[in-house]
Design a binder for this molecule. Structure first.
Ligand SMILES: [Ca+2]
Length: 108
């Protein structure tokens, strides 16, 4: 009986460790300039930001680096307006340049 309980404790400890590790991983980088130049904003796994403050309407290129991650970017704050799903590198966001006002990263 005691052995089973210890097994359960070990399993949940591993689960927590995996979760902590996931939070430390990077979903994506957003860049101020095209071709991944200028200031860089790091987006962690499963992070979301409804109001980008200083970064509002300033992102020009994006690199999604997390495996199984999708970065949803929104035209307006609070995840409103038009949105776009990004899964790889975009060296020039073109129509979306200086337009992103909120984002959410979903990693599976
Ligand atoms: Ca905007």
């Amino acid at each position: 009986m005691k052995k089973v309980w210890m097994g359960l404790v070990a399993c949940s400890a591993l689960g927590l460790a995996a979760q902590a590790q996931a939070q430390e991983r990077t979903c994506a980088y957003m860049f101020q300039d095209v071709n991944f130049g200028g200031e860089v904003l790091e987006v962690r796994y499963n992070a979301q930001n409804w109001d980008m403050g200083h970064w509002n309407d300033r992102v020009s290129s994006v690199k999604v680096v997390g495996e199984g991650c999708v970065l949803y970017v929104y035209e307006d704050v609070s995840f409103e307006g038009e949105y776009k799903a990004l899964v790889s590198e975009v060296s020039d966001l073109e129509a979306w340049k200086n337009r992103i006002s909120s984002y959410g990263c979903v990693c599976t």
